[in-house]
Design a protein around this ligand. Sequence first.
Ligand code: SAH
Ligand code: DHB
Ligand code: MG
Length: 223
Amino acid sequence: MVVNRNLSKAVDDYFTETIVAPDPALEEALAANAAAGLPSIDVSAPQGKLIHLLARMTGARQALEIGTLGGYSTIWLASALPDDGRLITLERNARHAEVARKNVARAGLGGKVEVRTGTALETLPKIAAEGLGPFDFVFIDADKVSNAAYLEWALRLSRPGTAIVVDNVVRDGEVADARSADPDVIGVRRMFELMAREPRLSATAIQTVGAKGWDGFALAIVK
Ligand code: SAH
Ligand code: DHB
Ligand code: MG
């Protein structure tokens, strides 16, 4: 691994202390996650702020998140929405969902955010059946194996102009290995194949280094 992890974390810390300026509720959420034994696979603070800024730049009011964990990215995203905005976030693990609900409430965002417990491929059809959406912003960050299916759902629940962000699409560079046997990498590559052939999407992907190592995200807009 060529990336100097200590140095890229120091740069992330520098950006976080200077311009990212996370709300104390975000720090409290990370502390509560650690206390509850959740894995620290949340987005980094600079990336959370990026999602927040993208949501504001696109004027998002209705947002959908797939993969809540303890609600760290949820708080970044929900705090970008207007007072009458709404975020539905999907989490398979009931314990993660419970920690997230508490973190979101502590951040004062309980009225805007609904954490739905269940496997996303079961909760997404219910969201469609309830007539919810279209969503203005979708953040895909759950299991990587189902990434293509999540992108299909994001499209189905979208409108022209919807922004879609997919996390963890680089995986230490393994995404470029067409022969990778890693199910996560295969899932990410299937998602990219769909993104490539789907005429309704215009997309890019950006590699990142930082506190979370070498990874990246894809960004798409629905035409
Ligand atoms: N977005 C969070 C991190 C999410 S980590 C943040 O940045 O703060 C991925 C989460 O997806 C985990 O909590 C995991 O339990 C959840 N998950 C995994 N598979 C899932 C599935 N099939 N349906 C819903 N959630 C799932
Ligand atoms: C994993 C999931 C994530 O969403 C992430 O940001 C990092 C790692 C994982 O499942 O390993
Ligand atoms: Mg992620």
